[in-house]
Write a protein that binds this ligand. Structure first.
Ligand SMILES: [Zn+2]
Length: 466
């Protein structure tokens, strides 16, 4: 039997605010345990939360970038449950009136994955399990603002899920609202998955896999869970609605760990936090702060700069690269030339290094090459020399005697000498012109220590050998 896979995602991203969402403690990853804490975020009785305006603005901004509608009124609610990393025994989140509704992301196969909502909530602390000491709790993360992006069940494969999360992550990074450092838990993904007979309208029972924090994990978990559900159903079994129990099912644990529904959490509006009113003016003001997003940048690169789609796709993948590229084009109106240098030389360096060249340094090198002040070969050498320094391109090129200061006559004289010294190649040119041209150009470049303009050399040779 053939099966359809139905996947909905809940993606959590920590917002890039300076302070936490309900207190003024630092929102900072990597501090010593339990140092960014206060009575509010560790939930001491009587402590009162104050909503961080920047967190609301960032949630709206994320929503606008993802095409959401922004609610006029948003309500913070208490989601009640006990867990050691949640010392208040409730999480402040949103249920009935989230900040953002709808929106979505278009995948490369044309499918539009709809969002149900984006809501704002607080993160919980972190449990650290230590073999020798036992379990420890670090509350630094408690109260860090999180947005939860919830999709409709529109995704049908691991590939689509990975593409969705990649695009979502890139969009959030571009807007600046979140850094989405998956390895630090700054972005985590819950996967809801069910299967149904191909073409069937009725959804199967779904399971939820929580806190997948790498693309590899998302991909693998989806594949493994899909196989498990198919084997189960084809073997006459039933999928049970549950959380994280995709590899070890038995009747007892199913009942204990069955997936809770929203009723189980007894949500109610937090009496300590007023409803958030969002005016249309607020929304429009925030909309004005949106930068060009990846897809818009791609359009710009392809339509205004005439870049091939391939180049555009490579450049928009990383905000740092696209920002660097835009600055280069501002300095030197040679979009394709810059793209060539970026995609070959710069990206090769970035495989094991951070970006260590300025837009000015790179465009100066490209200008020197395009104006035939230095050869392409020396341009590449100059690029290697300038990487990681604050030096001026022209200065290095001058010091290293790369500048082509030869007159055309001087150059032609050198070429003439080479021809005199290699008489055997002249008859060969008729049968193997490319080989001979390359040989003679190579000789000339060697003789001029790489300074000669290779295009000029070839033109002269072709003329001469006719
Ligand atoms: Zn605090």
């Amino acid at each position: 039997m053939d099966w359809d896979v139905v996947i909905g995602l809940e993606v959590h991203a920590e917002l890039n605010t300076n302070s936490k969402v309900f207190c003024s403690c630092k929102n900072e990853y990597g501090s010593a345990p339990n140092t960014n804490c206060c009575p509010v975020c560790i939930g001491l009785p009587g402590a009162l939360p104050v909503l961080n305006k920047q967190a609301v603005k960032y949630t709206i901004k994320a929503g606008l970038a993802l095409g959401c509608n922004i609610n006029d009124i948003a309500i913070m609610e208490r989601k009640n449950y006990f867990y050691p990393d949640l010392s208040k025994a409730y999480q402040i989140s949103q249920l009935v009136k989230p900040i953002c509704l709808n929106g979505g992301i278009k995948l490369s196969n044309g499918k539009f994955v709809r969002l149900n909502r984006i809501h704002l909530e607080e993160d919980a602390g972190k449990l650290i399990h230590n073999e020798n000491i036992g379990s420890l709790i670090d509350y630094n993360r408690g109260g860090v603002p999180l947005i939860e992006i919830v999709t409709e069940p529109d995704i049908s494969s691991a590939d689509e899920a990975v593409e969705f999360v990649t695009k979502l992550r890139n969009t959030l990074i571009y807007t600046g609202v979140a850094q989405c450092k998956m390895e630090e838990g700054g972005m985590r993904c819950d996967v809801n998955l069910s299967i149904k007979p191909k073409g069937s309208e009725t959804f199967g029972t779904r399971t939820e896999m929580k806190n997948l924090n790498s693309f590899k994990m998302i991909e693998r978990a989806i594949k493994v869970e899909t196989e498990r559900q198919i084997d189960l159903i084809e073997g006459g079994g039933k999928v049970v609605q549950e959380t994280r129990r995709w590899d070890d099912v038995n009747e007892e644990t199913v009942a204990m760990r069955s997936k809770e529904t929203s009723q189980d959490y007894r949500y109610f509006p937090d009496p300590d936090i007023l409803a958030v009113t969002i005016s249309r003016q607020d929304v429009e003001d925030i909309r004005k702060t949106l930068p060009l997003l990846p897809e818009q940048l791609k359009d710009k690169f392809v339509n205004e700069y005439n870049l091939p789609e391939y180049d555009a796709d490579v450049i928009i993948k990383d905000k740092e690269i696209s920002t660097f590229y835009l600055k280069c084009v501002e300095l030197l109106n040679e979009p394709k030339q810059i793209s060539n240098w970026l995609m070959t030389n710069v990206l090769a360096k970035l495989k094991d290094d951070t970006l260590q060249i300025t837009p000015k340094q790179l465009t100066d090198i490209i200008s020197l090459v395009l104006n035939r002040k230095i050869s392409k070969q020396n341009g590449v050498e100059l690029f290697e020399l300038i990487w990681g320094t604050t030096d001026d391109a022209l200065k290095i090129a001058t010091n290293k005697k790369m500048i082509n200061d030869m007159s055309a006559d001087e150059l032609y004289k050198i070429i003439d000498e080479i021809l005199v010294n290699n008489p055997q190649v002249i008859p060969q040119y008729k049968t193997e012109p490319d080989k001979i041209l390359n040989f003679l150009t190579g000789q000339t470049m060697r003789q001029t220590k790489g300074k000669a303009d290779s295009k000029l050399v070839r033109e002269y040779l072709i003329n001469k050998l006719k």
